[in-house]
Design a protein around this ligand. Sequence first.
Ligand code: ZN
Length: 494
Amino acid sequence: MSRPDVHQLFNELETEWKEIEEEAVEILRKLIQMDTQNIGEDTNETIAAKHLKGLFESAGIECSDVLEEKPGRGNLVARIRGDGSSGLGAVMLSAHLDTVRAPKLDWKAEGWKHDPFGAVIDQEDGCLYGRGAVDMKNMAAMSVSVFLFIKRHGIMLARDLLFVAVADEEAHGSKYGAKYLVEKHPDLIEADIIMTEVGGCSTYADGKEFFPVEIAEKTSVLVTITANGSGGHSSLFHPDNPIGRIGAVCNALSTKMLRHRVTPAARSMLEGISKLLPWYKAPVFRNLLSPKLEPWIIDYLLTKKQAQAIIPVLHNIANPTVVHAGDQQNQIPSSASVTVDVRRIPGCSLDDTLDDLREVIGKEKFLPSVDSTGEKVAPELVLEVMFPMEGVVQDAEEPKVKEALECLHKVVYARSGGSPVIPFLLSGGTDMKFFVKHPTKKPVCLGFSPVRIPQGIEFPSLFHAVNERIPVDGYKWGLGVLCEVVFELCKAHR
Ligand SMILES: [Zn+2]
């Protein structure tokens, strides 16, 4: 059994590769045409899971039943068995099948150029339009295409390759999707390396292209802060008015940055970007790692948009989102509360996170005090915590993470003509935080759904947006990258 390098494999199969590229576009179009909007309990991912199952089965690829915690909420696991010669656990590609909402009828009025469920390829800009085009039916369609290519052309792998299509990522909690699979079917999704969103898409720093790959992820915790006061008639003076107290909380959280916290992932991200920049700009990004210099850089050197994206990488973020206060125009309520959506830096403990909040609001407000008569006074503010979750904490220097990143870098660098891969910390959330909780495996998780985007289209702005679309050429480029990465990681041979 020979083991040529993967470039040779691709060269031998050039004609077949062109065919799979076209087929991959059609698979993506078909998926976009299926309505899998996450509209709550009645969402239907099963329609897409069944369709993919049909594709796998007609190609003779091993595939699970459509797995549903609840009817309609379909998940699917496909597998190509390796010959085991590498002695390594599986490589897993994963994509969620649900999407955020999009208009079905009045799409023109909402600013869409093409029907979000039409999967139209625009002849002017060469983009395929539709909900899910980048988030993330593209990864599902690419993964299926890689499987079909491997199976049809008798390519052997030295370890198992898995594809896991999941439901319910766009709702908070992934309870019918990744969470359900990890808790109820962990044996089906055992893997050493997982690739899913977010990353692998062209991003530009000072005109230079790079490919961010998520290795760490923040997570959320909901905090309710309640202010108490004596309440009463609104004709009197009320310095302890709970509405005023909650107003001060909201003001502090909205205007002051919480404590500066550097993680290994943030360090590799900012140092990686610095290396791309000319010498006179490089210190700007590197010095963001310094708690003393960061506020000055934010105030004087970054654009508002840059600051908005970078501050969450280095700080816990606490945004007031819902306020409950008062219900009568001439009465001071005796309590008021605010819900705060807190996004935690990965690895920062819950206690430390809450301390960050107390620090900017005023620690003394959370403590009981004594009034002038010696009487004990209850704390001005009370803080409660709901749904704390853990983020994804990985370091680009951990040997297994490093090895996987080097493989991605090698392929991307060669196929892009010299653009690097840079590990990064995601401020939002993905299914990764469930996959890392696998009961028996500790997989390396990478945000990597490759796609090449020309400068001028801001890729992150396409997520959940009007006119979600993917450049067809960039999608085909991503397919080649993903396939070669799989070949490298699985030591493909014929
Ligand atoms: Zn997504």
